[in-house]
Design a protein around this ligand. Structure first.
Ligand SMILES: [Zn+2]
Length: 253
């Protein structure tokens, strides 16, 4: 049976001399693995679409959940990212984290939109890398149901306070009065600005998400908080992130 789906190639793996497996995040089937035969041959019509960061309409034959590539029509490619190691390493981190949370059973179009938008702004070079990283990390958690409770202090419901404690593991806020002498390890102190940025990323419409502008003095701190939040929520550390940090040269500690 032939099926048509739109999807973004997140990873390509070589098989033998001529073939590849593609991990594709699709609009209607979630994450799928597609066998792409002969695409490493130079004259293959599917050679260019069978690469990481190609967004395309794929026509695949589906036999009992095993997908074989038939043909594809590119919609948008992000191959230019590979010419810039720093951007490319961040894109690979986005891809690894997305593959980790995406499942075959449940298509999640908001996750697909998030990574497509992130790659778009990464290619356009008009957003700070650490801003894109922070948006991607926190928003990814929101889209898969791990959104923190940001309405206010989880005990007295105070919406704003000069300083709030963000409990990263519990995904909740405490004002300083209510936080008291709690012995929580994974907390970050948020001032008004940081709280605003975090609320915006977690809760605003996808269309406005990338309009967020963050003052330069806050970028590293914001990026460190969203990174810790993702790692604690997923209980997972990604090697592609280490590589990005090596290239990026910033020490977050
Ligand atoms: Zn309170």
């Amino acid at each position: 049976m032939l099926t048509t789906l739109k999807g973004l190639v997140l990873r390509e793996r070589s098989v033998g001399e001529n073939d590849k497996f593609l991990d594709i995040l699709t609009d209607s089937a979630g994450m799928i693995e597609v066998s792409a035969k002969g695409v490493k041959k130079q004259n293959s019509k599917n050679a260019s679409v069978s690469q990481s960061f190609c967004y395309a309409t794929f026509c695949v034959s589906d036999s009992h959940g095993r997908y074989i590539l038939n043909s594809a029509e590119p919609i948008r490619t992000f191959f230019e990212l590979s010419r810039d190691l720093e951007r490319f390493s961040l894109a690979n981190y986005f891809a690894e984290a997305t593959m980790y949370v995406a499942t075959e059973e449940k298509p999640n179009n908001e996750v697909l939109r998030l990574i497509l938008n992130s790659l778009h702004f990464l290619s356009a070079k008009n957003r700070e890398l650490l801003l894109l990283k922070a948006i991607f990390e926190l928003r990814l958690m929101s889209e898969i149901g791990l959104v923190p409770n940001l309405i206010g202090c989880c005990e007295c419901m105070k919406y704003t306070a000069p300083r709030m404690q963000f409990d990263l593991k519990g995904g909740r806020l405490f004002c300083e009065d209510c936080f008291g002498a709690r012995d929580l390890h994974d907390v970050e102190l948020l001032d008004d600005r940081l709280l605003h940025y975090i609320r915006f990323i977690a809760l605003t419409d996808m269309q406005r998400l990338f309009n967020l502008s963050v003052s330069k003095d806050y970028l590293q701190q914001l990026s460190a908080i969203t990174e810790r939040y993702l790692e604690l929520q997923l209980d997972r550390h990604f090697q592609t992130l280490d590589f990005f940090k090596t290239v990026n040269g910033y020490n977050y500690e």
